[in-house]
Design a protein around this ligand. Structure first.
Ligand code: UDP
Length: 236
């Protein structure tokens, strides 16, 4: 497979075409942003950790029957994935209150829910990713009713599988964001990434934050948290 022109540059990744129209290469950057891009910085080594952690977790998910875009890890930072049209929904699953759930509803962080909460945002930076429900998403033609039902079911399965894997590594999965995409033949697959950028990870014993909240909230030890997650999940 041959790397061709850059198709797109996002906040944390670049995407390149290949000689195969069904395959693109994602390249993970060390750049970090928060608060709609208003806060910018670099997290040394993040690109490699997020690339490899995402692939490790997606491989585990696909072994449990979840279809993903993963094809092959090419290097520390680069992975070949199936080319998809991203469904413009941020699919958030929450097990414990944190972040916008806590601020929006005026509750403290750390409330353990009886059942996971699945929530959708419209993936649109200009509108600041507004929260929406199934009816809104269907009305806006972001996805069909059936696709939303399948996305919700997969998101809950993924939550169960990730929670189990992380718990073995002494990590509590607080919440996370998923993105799904459709291949040229219409197959719905898990896309994007699963990393400390897109999940909240708390040490199961101490409650210490091991994710991007350290960057968002200027808590220090940002690089060390990513390295600790690499050690726990990838064993190195
Ligand atoms: N999240 C993300 N990208 C976004 C918004 C949220 O990856 O654009 C992740 C975030 O890291 C957290 C979860 O989704 O694990 C829930 O985030 P929340 O809605 O609380 O918003 P945040 O406080 O992270 O902006």
């Amino acid at each position: 497979m041959e790397k061709r022109a850059q198709l797109y540059e996002g906040k944390a990744k670049k995407v390149y075409a290949t000689d195969d129209p069904e395959i693109v290469i994602v390249s993970y950057k060390d750049d970090a942003t928060a608060f709609d891009g208003k806060k910018k910085g670099t997290i040394q080594g993040k690109g490699s950790i997020n690339n490899r952690m995402t692939n490790h977790l997606m491989k585990m998910l696909s072994e449990h029957g979840i279809p993903t875009h993963l094809i092959e890890e090419l290097s520390d930072r680069e992975t070949a994935v199936r080319k998809v049209r991203i469904v413009p929904l941020e699919v958030i699953v929450r097990n414990i209150s944190a972040g916008h759930f806590a601020s929006r509803y005026g509750v403290p962080e750390g409330i353990v829910f009886d059942d996971p909460v699945v929530e959708f945002s419209y993936k649109n930076d200009e509108l600041h990713d507004p929260l929406l429900n199934d009816d809104h998403a269907v009305a806006l033609k972001l996805a069909s009713r059936d696709e939303i039902a399948r996305i919700r079911k997969m998101a809950l399965q993924i939550n169960g599988l990730l929670k189990a894997t992380l718990s073995e590594a002494g990590v509590t999965l607080v919440d996370f964001k998923l993105e799904f995409g459709k291949t040229s033949d219409g197959t719905l697959v898990l896309a994007d990434e699963i990393s400390p950028d897109t999940c909240r990870f708390w040490d199961s014993q101490t409650g210490e934050k091991l994710d991007k909240d350290r960057f968002r909230r200027d808590l220090g030890g940002v690089e060390d948290a990513y390295i600790e997650m690499r050690r726990r999940i990838l064993g190195e």
